[in-house]
Design a protein around this ligand. Structure first.
Ligand SMILES: [Zn+2]
Length: 110
């Protein structure tokens, strides 16, 4: 995947995440848009909202880190071992910072 495509996809993910985060943190305009879009969604369940917010914020961070890597030319390289992250993985997760191997190690450490 070339940097231009990656940047476009990451920027649209970022916009989408920003919107979700605004909804989840209760921006009144965004909440209104959302309730119109999917009425009956369970926004009163505070725990669930918090969990979704945590995921969105973490992903937002990963996406903006990936955009920074495009800027400094290191996008597509594993941040741990420096080897290229396979294209298929970047297609599925453009924000991926690590190759599958290092990601698995990272997750085992947690
Ligand atoms: Zn790696």
């Amino acid at each position: 995947m070339d940097d231009t495509t990656a940047r476009e996809r990451l920027e649209s993910m970022q916009a989408e995440l920003d919107r979700s985060i605004r909804v989840l943190t209760g921006d009144p305009v965004a909440v209104r848009e959302r309730s119109a879009a999917d009425a009956g969604s369970d926004l009163t369940d505070a725990d669930r909202v918090q969990a979704m917010l945590d995921v969105a914020v973490a992903q937002r961070r990963a996406v903006s880190a990936a955009l920074k890597r495009i800027d400094d030319g290191s996008y597509g390289q594993c941040v741990d071992c420096g080897k290229p992250v396979p294209d298929g993985r970047l297609e599925a997760r453009p924000e991926a910072a690590r190759c599958v191997h290092c990601q698995a190690k990272q997750e085992r450490r947690r």
